[in-house]
Ligand binder design. Structure first.
Ligand SMILES: [Fe+2]
Ligand SMILES: [Fe+2]
Length: 351
């Protein structure tokens, strides 16, 4: 018997929005059930022999908000993934949505492609061997469980296992920058004799954790971000810090995550810190994060060579980067970077 297409529940009190979402999804071959009230949706799911495969829900609705709806689903032990849709971005609300187990977050106006991409990602995870841009939750949490096992922060595991499957750079990017950061930190510590090794490692691995609180269609936007979208994107260091602050013994890691977009000359964000005001591990991290970006393929340009990246980093010493850290970084033999790149290369198959 042919398998019927996945069913998506749309919960929104705005008739026009419901109709629009339904039209987009039905056109793409999905089945839809629409509800104007959360309570109707809950009653339907409770008595249904065929619960939906995915729920799209507005946040601001009369009667019950999207967050209350999430909590009610959680209390009913309902594990259907939920994508929340919001007309405006509200940081506390996004944080609460993550805490309540939302799988994703879309900002209105959501274009048909945004809706289909978000739905497709949750219903059709990429096949093994294809180009994987999204670390799977299992991959990411396995790495972090490993890290958490070496810390007291057991709640890190809880946080990470509840983390939505979302593009947080790539898993291999996180692994490479962690290795590069430790490599660079070893040279720095060789001179000064001290280093917060564990903070450095976990901070590098989790640097973009806060992107879980940034709407999907802002993170994955194909073109340049508009000023409002930039304002939202620039919240990710603070979101990451807040998530980590809730975990014991993560203060050092939280500070690295909070500071990873600060520049040595004070032109970075979110605090505009400069020089020694910026956490030392974060200063190390920003060099290696840029190095990995330059030596990786981007949609708009191919990867640069290691020596071209070294030249670029040298040029930014004193402005974006701490010159003392750059000096040590440039002394690392190219071969050491190449080995890390080979071990943690992207699973890429050209199509
Ligand atoms: Fe970042
Ligand atoms: Fe990064």
């Amino acid at each position: 018997m042919p398998q019927s297409p996945p069913c998506i529940a749309i919960v929104d009190d705005d008739n026009l929005v419901r109709t629009f979402f339904e039209a987009v999804l039905v056109e793409d071959g999905y089945r839809c059930r629409t509800f104007s009230r959360c309570s109707d949706a809950l009653a339907d799911f409770a008595g249904s022999l065929e619960p939906p495969d995915l729920i799209l829900s507005d946040i601001l609705m009369d009667g019950m908000t999207g967050l209350e709806f999430l909590r009610a689903l959680h209390n009913a032990d309902c594990r259907i993934p939920v994508i929340l849709i919001s007309g405006y971005y509200d940081l506390p609300c996004a944080m609460e949505a993550i805490g309540c187990g939302a799988s994703d977050y879309l900002l209105k106006p959501a274009l048909p492609n945004d809706i289909l991409a978000a739905v497709d990602k949750h219903l059709n995870p990429p096949a093994a061997g294809s180009r994987v841009l999204l670390p799977t939750e299992a991959d990411f949490s396995a790495d972090l469980r490993n890290l958490a096992g070496r810390t007291e922060g057991r709640r890190l595991t809880e946080l990470v296992t509840s983390m939505p499957e979302k593009r947080i750079e790539t898993l291999e990017h996180s692994r490479r920058v962690t290795e590069y950061a430790l490599l660079t930190a070893r040279r720095i510590a060789g001179r000064t004799g001290d280093m917060d090794w564990q903070d450095m490692e976990i901070g590098a691995m989790l640097h973009d954790l806060g992107k879980v609180g940034v709407p999907e269609n802002v993170i994955n936007k194909a073109g340049p971000l508009n000023p409002d979208e930039w304002r939202i994107m620039k919240l990710h260091p603070a979101i990451g810090r807040d998530l980590l602050k809730a975990i014991p013994d993560m203060d050092g890691v939280a500070e690295i995550v909070y500071s990873h977009h600060e520049n040595f000359d004070g032109t970075g964000y979110p605090r505009g810190l400069s020089a020694g005001e910026i956490n030392r591990c974060a200063r190390i991290f920003s060099v290696v994060d840029a190095f990995d970006a330059i030596t990786s393929d981007r949609p708009y340009r191919p990867a640069q060579t290691v020596s071209a990246a070294m030249e670029e980093i040298r040029r930014m010493a004193g402005s974006q980067f701490d010159p003392a850290i750059v000096e040590e970084f440039l002394r690392i033999p190219e071969r050491e970077f190449e080995i890390i790149r080979r071990v943690h290369s992207e699973p890429y198959s050209p199509t």
